[in-house]
Design a protein around this ligand. Structure first.
Ligand SMILES: [Zn+2]
Length: 247
């Protein structure tokens, strides 16, 4: 047995949303307050895939319909559904939060950040970046491809749940089927989809590691708040160099 090893741990790498639109497309991090370079996660993730044997590797993709609620440009489709205490259509700008009252079929109060249109199904912007290593399954390594955010009316930042926690994705059941006990999370964006994925991984009982130097985010202040919150919930925020001692 190797020193520092966890002999019974089954390890999954969750690679969140390494898609063109977040790197050099319509919602590129370099145009967000952080001005992060999203492509910088790619060599870090590729090195992890090369150096570390993960039992399960998950690639997630934001995968929106044209009429998705999260797009500022679609606000006119649901302007009549804005709550009375929401900013109204003429007051709302991109990156603002709107509050919609939907029927799903029961009444739902949906708070939604209005993003630039991004990751529309079957477009280039929704593809995984070509430089990201897409590895093949082997006898000892499962691959899971997970699409999220395809409900027009409810966004899905997390890879486990939609934003209203109404519908669970298949991720938890698939990880359980492979007896995964530890998840390592990398990708985009630290303070949005990575954060919510880590939060729900913790809730689902996985030993959860967020690999900070293999993530990039939207806003530095939010990133720090989110990381502090995760640490408070016993998520381990680590660096890529730390991973080999944890597997
Ligand atoms: Zn999205």
């Amino acid at each position: 047995m190797r020193r520092n090893s966890h002999p019974k741990a089954v390890n999954a790498l969750l690679i969140v949303d390494v898609q063109y639109d977040f790197i050099d497309g319509s919602l590129a991090l370099k145009n967000c307050p952080s001005q992060h370079q999203g492509e910088q996660v790619i060599p870090m993730i590729n090195k992890l895939l090369k150096d570390i044997h993960f039992d399960v590797v998950v690639y997630t993709q934001d995968w929106h319909t044209h009429d998705h609620i999260s797009f500022f440009d679609n606000l006119h489709l649901r302007a009549h559904l804005l709550a009375k205490d929401s900013k109204q259509a003429h007051e709302l700008n991109v990156f603002d939060t709107a509050i919609f009252l939907l029927d799903d079929p029961r009444p739902l109060r949906v708070e939604q950040i209005l993003w630039p249109a991004h990751c529309i199904q079957h477009t280039h912007g929704a593809e995984l970046h070509k430089d990201l290593n897409i590895i093949k399954p082997t006898k000892t390594r499962k691959i899971i491809n997970l699409l999220k955010g395809y409900d027009s009316n409810i966004d899905s930042y997390s890879a486990f749940w939609d934003n209203m926690k109404i519908r669970e994705t298949e991720l938890h059941s698939k990880l359980k089927a492979h007896n995964v006990s530890q998840v390592f999370i990398v990708g985009i964006a630290t303070d949005v989809c990575v954060y919510f994925t880590a939060l729900h991984a913790l809730e689902n009982g996985y030993k959860t590691y967020l690999i900070q130097d293999a993530c990039r985010g939207v806003d530095e202040t939010n990133i720090n708040l989110r990381l502090d919150e995760l640490k408070g919930r016993h998520c381990s925020v680590i660096q890529t160099a730390d991973v080999k001692d944890l597997i």
